[in-house]
Ligand binder design. Structure first.
Ligand SMILES: Cc1cc2nc3c(=O)[nH]c(=O)nc-3n(C[C@H](O)[C@H](O)[C@H](O)COP(=O)(O)OP(=O)(O)OC[C@H]3O[C@@H](n4cnc5c(N)ncnc54)[C@H](O)[C@@H]3O)c2cc1C
Length: 343
């Protein structure tokens, strides 16, 4: 017998959970979302190729293609002294969160989810008849002084088929195409440096000559948005109440330079929705997520440490981009994606 599923948060993990729970025959799926969609969100908007099997399993891959996401086939890593150029092993996609989140919401509702435009209630500890998926994104905070903030703005101008990452002064900024000729510029940096620039992101970007040159081909057409503090970590081994399944960033926040957070959210959201509906034990669900996602979390932590200690450029020269790309993706176990229902 399947259970009703209540989902806290209606972005990527939440909507994937809703569709998967409905596919698993949950008798009632309810999504609580505090924000009205569409809305802009701070995100690099780079979707890994690995989203294809996940969206296929949710039955929405063809619909995703109809949104005309921008294809990307190259990766450029710019360090102060050197640029590394690679071909991505598979085509990846750029799509704005403005479009992506509203599209997912549409599919969750079309599948039969009940949408509640409100803050989620506290999960009730003694009602195991209703399963809860926590898909509310990051909630952790960090001590002042050690904080990192993200920022983004859409630009227009010269369109490229590359994701470019610029590393400088403890910051990195990604520049990549999205749909309809938009170029997204999104980065993150330490609080102390951002403060030094009065949180003026145009000025911050000019610290990197290579980034300044790239931005000279573009015109910003929205105000900068910012978010933070960003805290990396995971809850794969967390002790949680019965019938509470964390997914997406609520399960673990991986360093955005990997460009795999949205894939992780769609993947863990799908698994959480299905597990919640079918009544799988929470520790078994978490162990499954850990098997799939442990590697990108570990490798991104190693790369982050290399960047902090100033050897990021050597690390990138030593590990080819295609290998780094592979190591920072979910371990789906099969070269062409998972068989239906498995991952
Ligand atoms: C600077 C930056 C750049 C990034 N770049 C990339 C990238 O290029 N590629 C990539 O794959 N990933 C990237 N990521 C990561 C990616 O944005 C996240 O992994 C992804 O958004 C996680 O999706 P989610 O559904 O788990 O959470 P979110 O997208 O954060 O959604 C959570 C939802 O829950 C809602 N919510 C929160 N609390 C409540 C509540 N109490 N009640 C009701 N609703 C609630 C929120 O309104 C929100 O809509 C980036 C992240 C940052 C910060």
């Amino acid at each position: 017998m399947t259970r009703p599923v209540h989902i806290h948060g209606g972005a990527l993990a939440g909507c994937a959970a809703a569709i998967a729970a409905i596919q698993a025959q949950s008798p009632q799926v309810r999504v609580y979302e505090k924000s009205a969609f569409p809305r802009h969100k701070v995100c690099g908007e780079f979707l890994s190729s690995g989203v294809q099997p996940v969206l296929r399993q949710l039955g929405i891959w063809e619909s995703f293609q109809a949104l005309r996401p921008a294809p990307m086939s190259r990766l450029l890593l710019h360090f102060p002294r050197k640029t590394f150029r690679f071909h991505l092993p598979e085509v990846c996609w750029g799509l704005t969160r403005y479009r992506l989140d509203a599209w997912l919401r549409h599919h969750a509702m079309q599948a039969g989810a009940e949408w509640c435009q409100e803050l989620a209630p506290t999960p009730s500890a003694n009602n195991a008849n209703v399963a809860t998926v926590l898909a509310h994104g990051r909630k952790d905070t960090a001590p002042k002084g050690q904080r990192v903030f993200g920022f983004k703005a859409h630009h227009r101008g010269a369109i490229s088929d590359a994701i470019e990452l610029f590393f400088f002064d403890g910051c990195y900024v990604g520049v990549n195409p999205a749909e309809d000729g938009v170029t997204n510029v999104c980065g993150l940096g330490p609080e102390a440096l951002l403060k030094q620039h009065g949180f003026e992101y145009d000025a911050l970007c000019r610290r990197s000559p290579a980034l300044a040159a790239r931005l000279s081909t573009l015109t910003r057409h929205m105000d900068w948005l910012s978010v933070g503090p960003l805290v990396y970590g995971d809850r794969f081994r967390a002790a949680l109440p019965d019938a509470v399944y964390p997914a997406g960033d609520a399960l673990g926040f991986v360093d955005p330079f990997t460009g795999s957070g949205m894939l992780n959210a769609l993947l863990s959201g799908s698994l959480a929705g299905r597990s919640a509906a079918l009544g799988d034990a929470v520790p078994a669900y978490l162990a499954h997520c850990r098997r799939l996602l442990h590697r990108p979390f570990l490798v991104s932590a190693i790369f982050r440490a290399a960047l902090r200690s100033g050897v990021g450029e050597r690390f990138a020269g030593f590990v080819p981009g295609s290998v780094l790309f592979h190591l920072t993706r979910a371990h789906l176990g099969q070269p062409h994606g998972p068989a239906p229902g498995s991952f």
